[in-house]
Design a protein around this ligand. Structure first.
Ligand code: FNR
Length: 193
């Protein structure tokens, strides 16, 4: 039976390298037999997290994201690097999804969409480090939320030259993505929630 795998990028930019990378990861995972859900964070249009706003009722987009995150035992996140870290979009999304839905029996304080999930991390940047520093910040955040991280991560350097016109990624970069996807599916089969 196919492992449900969630794939998304921490950028909404039309020409985003990380959105391209997410497409490559999704294609690789489908070829490996996973049941892939590839979402675009732009489709959710989350407001900036504010506890007062949340107290008036968790926005429908945040509830939908919580449900999607919760339903997938494994995720692949493609993280851009802004100022040596991950993007505000990614942090805002994680903050909304990780916050407990108060007063709702189904989404009571005990339900944690992050705990026990297997997460594979990828990054892409036009620079020479490929956004690697974003992953070094994202990793402890996800561990703090009780995610399992795959030992392999992959940072795509010089991302502006890495994809062909059809969005394909040449070797050896493609194998770097494959390695992370394979580990996420392997681990999810064995121990994901
Ligand atoms: C960047 N960029 C960048 N790149 C990098 O490798 N290290 C960095 O610290 C930064 N810092 C940074 C800050 C801000 C505010 C912006 C807007 C950009 C460049 C960044 O990697 C580049 O714009 C990527 O193309 C962003 O990812 P997407 O949108 O292509 O997925």
């Amino acid at each position: 039976n196919a492992i449900p795998l969630l794939v998304f990028a921490g950028s909404t930019r039309a020409q985003s390298h990380n959105r391209r990378l997410a497409q490559v990861a999704a294609d690789i995972a489908r070829a490996a037999g996973a049941a892939v859900t590839h979402i675009e964070l732009a489709d959710f249009d989350l407001p900036l997290y504010n506890a007062d706003l949340e107290a008036r009722g968790t926005p429908a987009a945040a509830i939908r994201l919580k449900e999607i995150f919760h339903a997938h035992p494994a995720w692949v996140i493609c993280s851009p690097e802004y100022n040596g870290s991950y993007t505000g979009l990614l942090k805002n999304t994680i903050d909304w999804v990780s916050s407990p839905v108060k007063g709702d029996p189904e989404w009571g304080d005990g339900l944690k969409p992050f705990a026990g999930k297997v997460v594979g991390l990828l990054s892409a940047s036009p620079g020479g480090l490929g956004g690697l520093r974003s992953l070094s910040h994202l990793s402890p955040l996800l561990l703090n939320l009780q995610c399992w991280l795959t030992p392999r991560q992959f940072a795509l350097a010089r991302a502006g030259d890495a994809f062909d016109a059809e969005g394909r990624l040449a070797e050896p970069a493609r194998a770097g993505v494959q390695g992370v996807v394979d580990q996420a599916l392997w681990a999810a089969r064995r121990f994901a929630g």
